[in-house]
Write a protein that binds this ligand. Structure first.
Ligand SMILES: Nc1ncnc2c1ncn2[C@@H]1O[C@H](COP(=O)(O)OP(=O)(O)OP(=O)(O)O)[C@@H](O)[C@H]1O
Ligand SMILES: [Mg+2]
Length: 509
């Protein structure tokens, strides 16, 4: 940053927050400048969201000082924060489900004392829409929108509040690549107007490309703040974990012999967005689905798992045609699916970890009518340790776990059933680098133990690095297959973006 020293928007000094035995923030000091995009990175549970919530007035610190635009603040809550222009878009969204998009965008706005033209909210909405280009239905109740769209409502609301400081806590975790790029544009636009953006994310490439400065946190402490231009991905990872890590993918397990009968098959399956899909997964085989967002990968998985009806074609499990498919029946048959939209379908937040993990498997632990408490605890403990869930306690409510750790609990829930077919839809989204490599290792181990895996990921290096075979998916159908070994991200992208092949001309030799 050249020119005069930019003014400081927010300063925190020696800020500490404790939850029971967890020191979520430990004497954190940091300054946020006007007109900067400030990246905040760290492992799951490092304290990023807690810091954001203190700045946004949602949490009170136990000790330490907070200064906003040059003024020490002593009493701080969301109302005061908002009046000072400080807004947080929390990881767990905070909308009124029954109100419309526009109503949510302007929620709380009426109480502002300046600059509001009451009759002009429509025009103001159009103005915001112009900036964001999200194309949301202004009059639809928010609960009818998918999570990704709800996230956009939160972003519009922050803009509508003319915030001078916006904390965005993992805002892109459920956005598509295009939408994320759009959000990055919005961040640049905000920066030009002198707004401070705090960008919390696990996508380190995005941090390096879009932030002016980056702060790394670990175990509730700030490790360092530096200009993004001086950081590298490997350097950030090392600072986050406290040790250098091997970001390489583990070796693929040996592929099953080609004549192994498949555990699951789809034959020309059609229904909804699925337009004629054939594929098979053998025991111990990792089959990747590579496609762009919206290509129908999730829909294929849902059809296989029995979430959506199959109109024609056939699904076979262990060689038997599947009839009366439903997720419940699929689980009973020995399938498991970790869905993409984990926030909506997955955890019972107010229950302990142990219960969340064992919920679908009660039958297994109560064989012969006796609930084997000891066996249950031991099995869950082992998984919790393998996945590195933190805190590793089994009895704490999942609601206070950091976003990434909730995800690991969900993983444990499905792995406990030792499924024969495991469908993974974006298994590493929102988890930190350390957990990512543990999840890769786990996928490889599960396959090596004989489970067939269908792997969907927008991170093509995962698909290329882990799969034995990769199906290329476009427009709800499989347009080709490539062997996993030797596949590259560039090669896959090229195939996926290829123009439609011309219709086969007759008469060619
Ligand atoms: N309301 C709460 N009650 C109890 N413990 C909490 C609460 N909020 C956070 N914690 C704990 O504080 C620590 C820091 O959590 P925080 O949510 O700030 O992490 P994070 O860096 O945002 O992680 P993630 O990347 O997974 O979102 C964690 O150990 C978490 O379990
Ligand atoms: Mg968080």
């Amino acid at each position: 940053m050249d020119g005069p020293t930019p003014a400081v928007a927010v300063t925190v000094r020696d800020l500490s927050v404790r939850f029971g035995s967890t020191q979520a923030l430990d004497a954190v000091s940091l300054s946020l400048l006007e007109g900067e995009v400030h990246g905040l990175v760290g492992e799951n549970g490092a304290g990023k969201s807690t810091l954001g919530k203190v700045v946004g007035g949602l949490y009170q610190p136990d000790s330490g000082e907070l200064e906003v635009f040059g003024r020490a603040v002593h009493r701080w809550d969301t109302r005061r924060a908002q009046d000072a222009g400080v807004v947080i878009i929390a990881q767990e969204l905070c909308l009124v489900p029954a109100l419309t998009v526009a109503e949510n965008v302007f929620l709380g706005r009426e109480r502002r004392t300046f600059g509001v033209l009451h009759g002009d909210l429509r025009a103001r909405y159009r103005e915001l829409e112009e900036i964001c280009g999200f194309g949301l239905p202004a009059d639809a109740p928010v609960h009818t929108l998918p999570i990704a769209d709800q996230q956009k409502v939160e972003i519009m609301r922050a803009l509508a509040r003319d915030a001078r400081v916006i904390v965005m806590d993992e805002p892109t975790s459920s956005l598509t690549a295009d939408e994320s790029e759009r959000l990055h544009e919005i961040m640049r636009w905000l920066r030009e107007r002198g707004t401070t953006v705090v960008y919390v994310t696990h996508f380190l490439d995005d941090v390096l490309a879009n932030c002016d400065r980056v702060t790394v946190m670990r175990d509730g402490r700030v490790i360092r703040t530096a200009p993004a231009a001086q950081e590298t991905k490997a350097g950030l990872v090392e600072a986050m974990l406290g040790e250098p890590v091997d970001m390489l993918l583990p070796d693929r397990p040996p592929a099953p012999p080609p004549d192994t009968p498949p555990v699951a098959e789809m034959h020309d399956v059609r229904g909804g967005a699925v337009r004629g899909v054939s594929l098979r997964v053998r025991p111990g085989e990792i089959v990747g689905l590579a496609g762009l967002v919206g290509s129908g990968r999730t829909e294929i998985a849902r059809a296989l798992f029995g979430c959506d009806p199959v109109e024609s074609g056939e699904v076979l499990f262990r060689g038997e045609p599947v009839t009366g498919a439903s997720p419940r029946a699929s689980i009973a048959r020995g399938m498991a699916m970790i869905p993409e939209d984990r926030r909506a379908q997955g955890l019972v937040l107010l229950r302990p970890v142990l219960e969340n993990v064992t919920l679908p498997h009660l039958g297994r632990f109560s064989r012969a009518g006796v609930l084997s408490r000891g066996g249950e605890r031991a099995a869950v403990r082992e998984l919790v340790e393998r996945l590195g869930v933190r805190p590793a306690a089994l009895d704490g409510d999942v609601s206070v776990y950091s976003g990434g750790n909730q995800q690991k609990v969900l993983f444990a829930k499905w792995l406990l059933g030792r499924p024969e077919l495991l469908i993974l839809d974006e298994p590493t989204r929102g988890v930190d680098v350390g957990a990512k490599s543990r999840i890769y290792q786990l996928i490889v181990e599960i396959a090596a133990a004989g489970t067939g895996i269908l792997l969907i990921s927008s991170e093509l290096e995962e698909v290329a690095g882990l799969s034995h075979r990769i199906h290329l998916v476009r427009g709800g159908t499989v347009i080709g297959e490539v062997p996993g070994p030797g596949a590259s991200v560039d090669g896959l992208l090229q195939r996926l973006f290829e123009v439609e092949p011309p219709p086969a001309t007759e008469g060619t030799p």
